[in-house]
Design a binder for this molecule. Structure first.
Ligand SMILES: [Mg+2]
Length: 400
């Protein structure tokens, strides 16, 4: 005989809430989406992309009981269209107790438009908002609601853009180390991998600035080709680099695996995981030593936690990509976690947008469990000046 839970999971959550006639206070009454475009504080570039602004697709939900939840993705404004056209209708009226059932219905709802990519970022923003709302309804920290596994999360400082001068690069990385953050990441692959000697020189300069003790990570954003990446890995290892992210494109897992097998340091990738099954495929291909995933892309908190479970199943380290304000919370509940990315752009934006953003201490972020949900309060007036009203093909900014 099916359990009550199984019956609930099989139902469309909106219908269930209306039909069951119970727990009405926890039904989602409204869902609003808005788009903000925030200029960077300096032109930024990595190995394969340049940008001067970052777009935030921001979701607010409210329950019949008057509780509120927020979620967001660093994504294209097109995600807001997907939310309004395809997803809002299945979320409003649903019972927020059933976040995972709503997640299933959202995934089914985007089948014919292509789920990976823009639709996945739209689902992610909503799923984050629903978990925040559910925790608020129960007056619990989201860490507690999800099940705490650790009290704090280790972070690494991330930026070091290829558009920075040597001085800017050194100042930023050394600044994080002075704050007590014992690991930092910089971009390499300058100008689509056409200036490898410049990358080697910049990595040496970075090591000189941060001293011998701090861990130094590099990220090529897929700028190199295979043999070049292995050559570069050897040069970078001479500066004590222990982590090399996307040395080659993540689109070709067999190439990533070849580099992993021949490079002297850990190879990381996974920021383009738009669902947990991508993580499964990347790990099955033995393409990485450290698996990454991003809650604002990987189908939200529901999908990101599944990704962490898959990495746990493969017994490999798991690292969160960007969006530190959300990862600091859910990272405390992940089945496995190496560190989260304290990405310059997003740290800056999240401080502008939210009260309750955590400050690093001893290289970690430690959630305040007395704050409900994500522990964030939206500073609407401060965000207002970045409101993006006109349709634009601009992307979300690529991230770390
Ligand atoms: Mg990256």
């Amino acid at each position: 005989m099916p359990s009550k839970t199984e019956t609930v999971t099989a139902a469309r959550p909106g219908e269930r809430a209306k039909d069951a006639g119970r727990a009405g206070d926890n039904r989602v009454r409204t869902l609003e989406v808005s788009v903000y475009k925030v200029p960077t504080d300096f032109p930024e570039a990595d190995g394969t992309f340049r940008w001067q602004s970052t777009t935030v697709v921001f979701v607010e939900v409210e329950s019949e009981s008057g509780h509120r939840g927020i979620g967001y993705s660093y994504a294209s404004p097109a995600a807001a269209t997907v939310i309004n056209d395809l997803l809002k209708g299945v979320v409003v009226g649903a019972d927020v107790e059933d976040v995972r059932a709503i997640w299933n219905v959202m995934i089914a709802g985007v089948r014919n438009i292509g789920r990976p990519g823009i639709a996945a970022t739209a689902i992610s923003a909503i799923d984050i908002a629903l978990w925040d709302l559910k925790a608020s309804v129960h007056e619990l920290s989201l860490v507690t609601l999800l099940g705490q596994r650790r009290a704090s999360v280790p972070i690494y400082g991330s930026g070091g853009f290829t558009s920075y001068s040597i001085q800017q690069l050194q100042d930023q990385l050394a600044g994080w180390v002075k704050q007590g953050i014992p690991r930092v990441k910089m971009k390499v692959g300058t100008d689509w991998g056409t200036r490898p000697e410049v990358d080697v020189m910049r990595v040496r300069a970075a090591r000189h600035a941060i001293g011998d003790e701090a861990e130094l990570f590099v990220d090529a954003n897929g700028a190199y080709v295979v043999k070049q990446a292995i050559d570069q890995a050897v040069y970078f290892s001479q500066s004590g680099v222990t982590y090399f992210e996307e040395p080659v494109s993540s689109d070709h897992l067999e190439q990533l695996r070849f580099v992993r097998e021949h490079a002297p340091m850990n190879i990381a990738a996974g920021e383009y995981a738009y669902d947990p099954w991508y993580v499964r495929d990347m790990l099955n291909a033995q393409a990485v030593d450290i698996q990454q995933a991003d809650v604002t892309r990987c189908l939200g908190i529901t999908g990101w936690l599944q990704a962490s479970d898959i990495a746990y199943g493969f017994a490999l380290p798991f690292s969160a990509h960007c969006a530190p304000a959300v990862h600091a919370i859910i990272g405390c509940a992940a089945s496995t976690l190496a560190h989260i990315e304290y990405f310059h752009d997003h740290v800056r934006i999240e401080r502008i947008f939210f009260d309750g953003v955590l400050e690093p201490k001893d290289g970690e972020l430690r959630p305040d469990l007395s704050r409900p949900g994500l522990g964030l309060e939206f500073k609407r007036q401060d965000a207002e000046r970045f409101l993006h009203t006109s349709p634009s093909p601009a992307g979300g900014g690529p991230g770390g």
